[in-house]
Design a protein around this ligand. Structure first.
Ligand SMILES: [Ca+2]
Length: 615
């Protein structure tokens, strides 16, 4: 099953360095980030160049060990497999030479000065495409690819996480490069228009630009437009659904930090600071995580009805981790010091004030311990990543969320975990957060949303997505919500993929079937390939072998073992009862955030923000 890569690390069969290189060459720029880097968590996927450099500099272990999940195919319960295939829209060809777009003026359609920097035909792969690089208002950089043979669909991609492995090359594809920050978060500090662009406006403008370029190149508009994004691109996707419901026929939002002003501040900072001693050394270390993880599994794995190494209902799991605290005379390598146990307890609890009032909905969930590596617990010899996390969170608080900005001398350790700081840092959630549960305009337009989250996501706790979905059902009614939103939780899956749990990677195929054929997504077929990369990794090579398949039902339903046959075979599972709604979702200072009407529509002039209530 495993082979050794050039860098000497075991990879699943087929995951050779050559395979990666070939894949990155094929779709390099789909590894983009349509927003600012997700401050601390997303340093890995900051750009195609960065991911390539991470992979090639540090070897495959980085992506292949910590993250480990892949999905193989799409399936829905409500239809035969044939009808889930997207309709074969006829391919059309361009009416212009690609180079003619270099002199196109699309500023009027975009609503801001737009400069086409280059338009050139790229003749590689099966389908040559016209590659257009452009810039809006001098700071929103983006790229659009228009294939010579086009199946009339536009995809705004925010991370190559939910895509089928074939067919995409005939989509028109758009992606933003950085929405103005050019890799430096401190540009937001004194330029509030950039904050607005990052918050919600940049992706919309790029979408308008892409649609205009499509219209000129093919002399017709896209028949269908889609958005797919995970993590920070997921937040951007949610913003588009809420604020620009006409832009996309179908949207995939994965693992999205929709309460970014608390997530990329208090949530991160709490974990980083709690796990750091006054002298800067880490308390909880990587080698202790499996001990902690085993203790949690021992107490909670079976309580979801099946001992399979996955905790399907982590909200009902309240492990006593003092059982792994070192006893007198015990080998300290086999247990946690009392200092480490206290830290772990604080991490599960999540950021709170001195009265115990929570500043975040939850800490990371029980079962996610192995995924704490890199996010909470420093990897040996990879201090750079932890430094980036700390720096990113610090900059997000100091230069993006704070208004007025905090002193340039602000350090993460200066952050106060109290109500006043909470109110101050969430003031600009009017620009950034994507928590409006009233999506009735999007619904009325017949548009569809797939929302998903990995239950072992440490970067963005799954309670953010659950809270939003529950709020939608409350706001719009359960049946209206079910009409156009599907929500999936994947047990054991990390941030945007990877981990111990099976995942269905391709969510675009079921979304297209829903939008274009009216086939409602039902059960997904998730798979796990041992050692394979997660959300950042290429799709599994043709000869990769899954060691587990599992059906995943729309929330709140879970898969239930039939009692016979392999627990690694999806065929031996059926739909189980609905899981209870987590009881304490709305027991934190931001509980009221999941309500309509908080958004503002603003323009920035230096550090002056002028806002109105409606678009
Ligand atoms: Ca279990």
């Amino acid at each position: 099953m495993f082979e050794t890569s050039e860098s000497g690390v075991s990879l699943p069969r087929g995951y050779t360095s050559a395979y990666w290189r070939e894949w990155l060459a094929k779709v390099p720029t789909l590894f983009f980030e349509p927003g600012v880097i997700d401050m601390s968590k997303e340093v890995l996927i900051h750009s195609s160049k960065m991911i390539a450099s991470v992979v090639f500099r540090y070897g495959w272990a980085f992506l292949s060990c910590a993250f480990a999940s892949i999905l193989l195919s799409a399936q829905t319960s409500t239809s035969s497999s044939a009808s889930t295939e997207p309709p074969d829209l006829p391919a059309v060809t361009s009416v212009l030479d690609c180079s003619a777009l270099a002199s196109a003026d699309i500023s009027q359609a975009v609503g801001g000065p737009t400069q086409i920097k280059s338009a050139s035909l790229v003749n590689e792969g099966k389908t040559p495409y016209c590659q257009i690089k452009a810039e809006i208002e001098g700071n929103i950089n983006f790229e659009v690819r228009l294939p010579s043979s086009w199946t009339q669909r536009l995809l705004f991609g925010g991370g190559l996480f939910q895509l089928p492995s074939t067919g995409i090359e005939q989509f028109a594809v758009a992606f933003a490069e950085d929405l103005g920050h050019r890799g430096h978060e401190d540009v937001f500090r004194n330029n509030y228009q950039l904050r607005v662009n990052y918050g919600y406006r940049g992706v919309h403008l790029v979408t308008l630009a892409a649609k205009e370029l499509v219209a000129r190149y093919y002399k017709q508009a896209p028949k269908f437009s889609y958005y797919a994004g995970c993590s920070e691109p997921g937040r951007q996707g949610m913003q588009q659904v809420e604020r620009f419901p006409e832009d996309f026929n179908g949207v995939i939002v994965g693992c999205a930090p929709i309460t970014t002003t608390t997530n990329n501040s208090f949530y991160n900072a709490w974990q980083i600071l709690k796990n750091t001693r006054a002298d800067g050394t880490p308390i909880l270390t990587v080698e202790k995580l499996p001990i902690l993880h085993k203790a949690v599994l021992d107490q909670c794995d079976a309580s979801d009805g099946l001992k399979d190494g996955l905790i399907s209902d982590p909200f009902s799991c309240h492990p006593d981790i003092t059982v792994v605290e070192c006893k007198p005379g015990q080998n300290p390598d086999s247990c946690l010091s009392s200092e480490q146990v206290r830290v772990a307890q604080e991490i599960y609890k999540g950021a709170h004030d001195t009265q115990g009032k929570r500043l975040v909905a939850h800490g990371p969930l029980p079962g996610s311990e192995l995924a704490w590596v890199g996010y909470i617990v420093v990897e040996p010899n990879r201090n750079q990543m932890a430094d980036q996390m700390r720096k990113g969170t610090e900059l997000a608080i100091r230069d993006l969320f704070s208004d007025p900005t905090l002193p340039e001398t602000f350090k993460l350790s200066d952050l106060k975990f109290d109500r006043a700081t909470f109110d101050s840092l969430t003031k600009l959630r009017t620009l950034y957060d994507g928590t409006n549960p009233d999506l009735s305009t999007f619904h009325k337009l017949g548009h569809k949303l797939i929302l998903w989250h990995g239950l072992n996501d440490v970067a963005v706790p799954p309670s953010l997505s659950i809270s939003l979905f529950e709020a939608m059902r409350k706001q719009m009614g359960a049946s209206a919500t079910d009409d156009f939103v599907r929500f999936y939780l994947f047990p054991g899956v990390n941030h945007c993929g990877g981990g111990e749990g099976p995942l269905q990677r391709d969510l675009l195929t079921p979304l297209i079937a829903w939008v274009e054929r009216g086939v409602t997504p039902g059960v997904l077929l998730a798979s796990h390939v041992p050692g394979a990369g997660g959300g950042f990794a290429p799709p599994p090579p043709p000869n990769a072998v899954a060691d587990r398949t599992r059906p995943v039902y729309p929330y709140p339903y879970t898969a239930q073992y039939r009692g016979k046959g392999s627990i690694d075979d999806a065929a031996n599972f059926e739909q189980g009862p609905a899981q209870p709604t987590p009881t304490d979702l709305f027991n934190w200072l931001g509980a009221g955030f999941y309500a309509p009407g908080y958004e503002k529509w603003c323009t920035g002039n230096g550090t002056i923000l002028q806002c109105k209530e409606s678009r």
